[in-house]
Design a binder for this molecule. Structure first.
Ligand code: ATP
Ligand code: MG
Length: 371
């Protein structure tokens, strides 16, 4: 197990309040595949470099199993690392690139080559061992970098945006391959990415970072279905979640959310505590949790189609207020079956168990997340 405890990193010359990493706590189980996901500058690479020992935390502790490793040199941490730019040695063959960390450890050439061969077979690049990096495709170079990181049989594999140089099709293949190899070898792996689809697709758990702080650390489906705050809710999902200003209030036995355009009843099973009544909230609804109703009920929201985007496997409908009193724009995702026209007026419903309410007075905490 890896534990990061209260990690803070201030780069030299940085002012207080603009820390790269700000009190980060994270536990990663043996054999787990974890992604660090977040916008540019949120501290992902800095965290990875501290795990590798290439940077020292300003404060806090890093443990591998029960051992404090803050002062353990990178070469003694038994880590394999793949950086964004693969940094293969251009003058060395694939074989020598993969064997390089072993030769550095003074392993005999013959043994190092044998190990390089075995590792290259796992990654299906054993037919390329005599080539130089310039004679390889991007995907092949990426696999050589992986093979080099794996050749010394590391306990921990650290990957920093390893797929960012690949085209989108190859990315899919390579990420499946990384996951397969990781499962086969059982090596604890931490991948840094700003590609949410990639992170959600291959990880056991994802840590979402913003401003050097962890926003939520959970399995992909939980992050998506139960975002703990507004940042996570709005960061994950494509097309993004609709965020609508509202106020929660009690009317008789019922609780309601009132917005500029419509009112929505909160189901009994999702009732909020009384203390939240009267508070401003952001109502978060994912585009696929809105639906078009054929038989409009009283609760249905009347909206006008402003724009239709065809996405291939569905249609993204951008909806506005037909009365033109609010400049709200709401996205709805529907299938291809429906024949819709721009400027048409629709009746729209919100799936009652799918929306979120983010508290605007408490760092955007999701008031419904534990229900
Ligand atoms: N060597 C450095 N000296 C000073 N500040 C730095 C240094 N490296 C990074 N930073 C700052 O620390 C913060 C975190 O940087 P980091 O590289 O960890 O971000 P990241 O999440 O990996 O971003 P990206 O997705 O763009 O790679 C940023 O504000 C960055 O400007
Ligand atoms: Mg980075």
């Amino acid at each position: 197990m890896i534990s990061l405890v209260n990690i803070v990193k201030d780069y030299d010359g940085k002012q207080m309040g603009s820390r790269a990493v700000d009190g980060l706590n994270l536990e990663i189980a043996k054999g787990e595949f974890v992604a660090l996901l977040g916008p540019s500058g949120c501290g992902k690479t800095t965290t990875l470099m501290m795990l590798a020992g290439l940077l020292k935390p300003t404060s806090g502790e890093i443990y591998f199993k029960d051992k404090l490793v803050n002062h353990v040199e990178p070469k003694d941490r038994n880590i394999g690392m793949v950086f964004q730019s693969y940094a293969l040695y251009p003058h060395l063959t694939v074989r020598d690139n993969i064997a390089f960390p072993l030769r550095e450890r003074k392993m005999a050439k013959k043994d190092a080559y044998e190990r390089a061969h075995a590792t290259s077979k796992i990654l299906q690049i054993d037919h390329l061992l005599d080539r130089k990096p310039s004679q390889l495709s991007g995907g092949q170079q990426q696999r050589v970098a992986m093979a080099r990181a794996l050749s010394k049989d590391p306990e921990i594999l650290l990957l920093d945006e390893p797929m960012s140089n690949l085209d989108s099709r190859l990315k899919l293949d390579v990420r499946d391959e990384i996951r397969k190899i990781q499962r086969k070898l059982g090596v604890t792996t931490i991948i840094v990415t700003h590609d949410q689809e990639e992170a959600l697709a291959i990880s056991d758990r994802v840590a979402i970072l913003n401003g050097g702080k962890i926003q939520q650390y959970a399995p992909p489906s939980e992050l998506f279905n139960h975002p703990s705050n507004l940042f996570v809710g709005s960061f994950l999902g494509n097309p993004p979640m609709n965020l609508i200003d509202g106020v929660v209030e009690t009317r008789g036995e019922q609780q309601w959310i009132k917005t500029m355009l419509f009112e929505l009843e909160i189901p009994q099973s999702r009732r909020l505590e009384e203390q939240h009544m009267g508070k401003e909230v952001k109502l978060g609804v994912r585009p696929h949790d809105l639906f078009i109703t054929e038989q409009p009920t009283e609760a249905a929201i009347k909206l006008q189609i402003d724009l239709i985007e065809h996405l291939g496997n569905g249609q993204l409908i951008k909806l506005t207020d037909p009365a033109g009193q609010s400049d709200m724009m709401i996205r709805l995702l529907t299938d291809n079956e429906k024949q819709l026209k721009e400027h048409e007026t629709l009746s729209v419903g919100i799936r009652p168990h799918k929306f979120h309410l983010f508290d605007m007075t408490d760092e955007g905490r999701n008031l419904l997340q534990f229900q």
